[in-house]
Write a protein that binds this ligand. Structure first.
Ligand code: CUA
Length: 172
């Protein structure tokens, strides 16, 4: 009995030792789906955080910016977003249908949008710039055309955005 326990413990420790350094590669959207914020893909457009007029970049009451996006076959909504350079912006994203992956060209960002779960990520761009955001998870026949744009602008450009207000990228 005691031997069995020792073996079980040894195998457990070995498993932890093997996987701990690879924690960054663990598919956390799955963990989020189990333990994180839940959203119902069926009612996404009608109620809650991800209704259409709540999407895009918004200044929160503490002065920071949050960027909310929905991925769906075959667009990201909004398809054009704007955030300030030189500060941390919280991205919150979900999917209305299947798994998509928002990537930001020429950066390390690759973020899965999973139906039922909220993907959270701090976006940080030291310098202004424009980037394409293609979907990198095959999500159906329209996958290769699924992309959005992100404009990282000097933060002074967003200085007049008040808490609760959103940044309209398309207007610029
Ligand atoms: Cu969405 Cu590929």
């Amino acid at each position: 009995m005691r031997k069995t326990l020792q073996w079980a413990l040894a195998i457990l420790l070995l498993t932890v030792a093997i996987f701990a350094p690879r924690y960054a590669e663990v598919d956390k959207p799955i963990l989020r789906a189990l333990f994180g914020d839940q959203v119902d893909p069926a009612t996404l457009h009608r109620q809650g955080e991800f209704v259409e007029n709540n999407l895009g970049t918004e200044r929160r009451s503490d002065g920071s910016f949050v960027l909310r996006m929905v991925a769906q076959q075959y667009i990201f909504v909004p398809h054009c977003v704007e955030i300030p350079a030189g500060e941390s912006v919280e991205l919150r994203m979900t999917s209305a249908d299947v798994v998509h992956k928002l990537t930001i060209a020429n950066t390390q960002y690759a973020l899965e949008a999973v139906p039922g779960a909220v993907t959270e990520k701090k976006l940080e761009f030291p310098q202004p710039g424009d980037y394409g955001m293609p979907c990198q998870e095959f999500c159906g026949p329209g996958h290769y055309w699924m992309r959005a744009q992100i404009h990282v602008v000097p933060k002074e450009q967003l200085a007049s955005v008040k808490p609760g207000e959103r940044v309209n990228c398309d207007a610029r």
